[in-house]
Design a protein around this ligand. Sequence first.
Ligand code: FES
Length: 171
Amino acid sequence: MTQPQSISVTKPMHEDLPEEKFNELEAFIDGMETTKGALIEILHKAQQIFGFLPRDVQLYVARKLGIPGAEVFGVVSFYSYFTTKPRGKHTISVCMGTACFVRGADKILERLKEKLGIESNEITEDGLFTIKDVRCVGACGLAPVVMVDEKVFGRVKEEDLDDIINSYKKG
Ligand code: FES
């Protein structure tokens, strides 16, 4: 197996994108046995490091791997897991799959937006929450389902939302 060449690429920088983070990503990529077919893995790592995948980070990955920016943009926009905008500390995902929808997920989502004063994919002013509407998360028996980060809340009613929100405000 051929070692990938360590390509030095200029790192764009601004407040949210400090050089240490690019260095961490660079070390990860340089440490890979091969970068062939590893774009998704690299983007996962990049999102883990930066919290999101702004254009500058996507371009950096493209240059580093010697592939067209369009290829990276295509992958990032295809997978809903990837986000190009910063997220709040906690992501509240409201399942809008069929089972959840028929049990009132749309009302839960609307109520949540009202309570937090944001739309989907936005961040609350305190930086604590982002709301996402997602497709079936595979827990249909518990519909309607709301997830906060990785934690699943089942059979959620509108009245439960305050308790859920407050538990993350405290902790
Ligand atoms: S539709 Fe919501 S978990 Fe399946």
